[in-house]
Design a protein around this ligand. Sequence first.
Ligand code: FE2
Length: 329
Amino acid sequence: MLILGIESTAHTLGIGIAGRRGKNAVVLSNEIAKYPSTRRGYLPRKLADFHAKNFPLVLKKALAKARCTLSQIDAIAFSRGPGIGHCLNAGFTAAHALSIFIDKPLVPVNHAIAHCTAVKMPAGAKDPLVVYVSGGNTQIFYREQGRFRVIGETLDIGIGNFLDQLGRTLELDPPDAVGVLLEAQKTKNLVELPYVVKGMSTSYAGMLTFIQRMHSTHPGISKQDLCYSGQETAFAALCEASERALLHSGKKELLLCGGNARNRRLQEMMSLVAQSHGAKFIAGPDALLGDNGAMIALTAIAMIESKTPLPPAMPVQDLRVDGEKIPYW
Ligand code: FE2
């Protein structure tokens, strides 16, 4: 079985091809084109134009790397949501057209479920507590009665959005979470910041406002100190909530996924949480953590093999991770 997965929920267009080699699901190619970070954020219409324009080239690269042709593909999978409407529609339209062209089924995949499934499958994890961190989402969940149960999540913005906006406020290069990480690595000067943990849920908007005000009223505090303090405090809040969730759920595996899971400092902190309670820490390779097409293809393989009833093939902007059955988990 060869599945072509299309990811287009936000600023990244990803096309990946995955298949089975014996018992193992393998990624044969995983190509991306990412809209560059800007100091003014993103215009959805421009992101969708970028995806449409780059689709042919990324598709060509994915097929060439996997050494296959479109006629050998058994199904086209696409990101159904959650995501930005314009971007989701660009990916869906391309996926729909391809499936008609090669006369193969269309598999709608939940983007959030794909993030954790693509890390769980190759790691061989059994029943982990999932900490999902990205621009739009920060959630803590695990499997219960055939679907995910979210026991903690951000009450306002995602941790990635917090870091991206911090990067823009401080006019970093790049003006996003990567810029914050690079600046944070230059100091160990921790400025005390207010943070919110309510049960197993977190909040980051207040901390962002506090740092923005501090930046304009305390010119003596360096950008590096603000980046280090913002990152450390936000991650510590999430670790506190995750530790509580780990103990509450009694899980023996802690799986970190999503684009911001590539942050080595977050990996280090979260692995300490797992380690201190005898749980195994799992984070996949970087290529499967950020938005990518292979995670959509891998999840589609799991859905097809487990005969999971397919949801309607239409994009849904506010799709939840806990809204559908996951017999393959
Ligand atoms: Fe994502």
